[in-house]
Design a protein around this ligand. Structure first.
Ligand SMILES: Nc1ncnc2c1ncn2[C@@H]1O[C@H](COP(=O)(O)OP(=O)(O)O)[C@@H](O)[C@H]1O
Ligand SMILES: [Mg+2]
Length: 229
């Protein structure tokens, strides 16, 4: 399994601190290599929380998280960060590209920890290749302010994919795009998932996009349910 969550519980303190609100109430989920899963559910149901935990960006109160078979609760912060950088790509609703860097430089950021001379050339080739695949080959030297919203979001996808992760987590990646651009982005996510065998965990409000995934699961009242039931 690329990503396995077992009986995840996550709580947050209520605003007055008087009690703890249960956001995830024993959630289990397993994603195999190349599989795609859509998470849907009402706003505030905990979709982002779940995605952050699956991506190793946040830790549960209890339950186990395995990434590529390794239990991250047994790792230190540095080890988790290194695993995340190598194995997990993340795309958010907002692209979060660095404004002072060109598109190509932005995509190369996750490769920086591995820069010896040889790897530098390989990384550049990979970055240019993935940008080309996403239709951005003539935008390499543009700064984010010189790109459209859809181009920035595709750039963020390229950055997430540059280290060939085994898992791609995407949190409403089409949420801030217009309909046509959103559809294009959705299609690219699904195509990349198939072409590269990257497991895809996708939070979306779009029924159309969710329907393109292998499975759709609904998060409601802290539980994850198969939508088809
Ligand atoms: N850091 C936090 N502290 C307290 N409550 C939080 C925090 N992050 C999220 N929450 C609460 O957890 C619930 C789930 O949030 P979230 O995972 O962002 O939901 P979704 O992505 O489904 O809209 C919400 O009620 C939100 O207010
Ligand atoms: Mg959210």
């Amino acid at each position: 399994m690329v990503c396995e969550l077992q009986n995840i519980v996550k709580t947050y303190p209520s605003p007055d601190g008087a009690e703890r609100l249960i956001i995830l109430d024993g959630v289990s989920l397993a994603l195999d290599k190349g599989e795609s899963v859509a998470i849907v559910g009402p706003s505030g149901s905990g979709k982002s929380t779940l995605l952050h935990i699956a991506a190793g960006l946040d830790l549960p109160d209890s339950g186990e998280v395995f990434i590529d078979g390794r239990d991250i609760s047994k790792m230190g912060e540095k080890e988790i960060a290194a695993l995340r950088n190598r194995k997990i790509g993340v795309v958010f609703q907002r692209h979060c590209l660095l404004p002072q860097c060109t598109l190509l430089e932005n995509v190369l950021v996750p490769t920086l920890p591995y820069q010896n001379k040889n790897e530098k050339a390989v990384s550049r080739q990979r970055a240019a290749g993935i940008l080309d695949r996403l239709g951005l080959s003539d935008r390499l030297n543009h700064f984010p302010s010189q790109l459209s919203g859809g181009e920035c979001q595709r750039g963020a996808l390229a950055r997430a994919l540059v280290n060939r992760p085994s898992l791609l987590c995407a949190d409403e990646p089409t949420g801030s795009l217009d309909m046509g651009t959103a559809e294009e982005m959705g299609r690219l996510l699904r195509d990349i998932n198939r072409e590269e065998g990257t497991a895809l965990l996708l939070v979306t409000h779009s029924e159309k996009l969710a329907a393109q995934m292998d499975r759709t699961l609904e998060l409601r009242n802290g539980k994850l349910n198969d939508e088809s039931i």
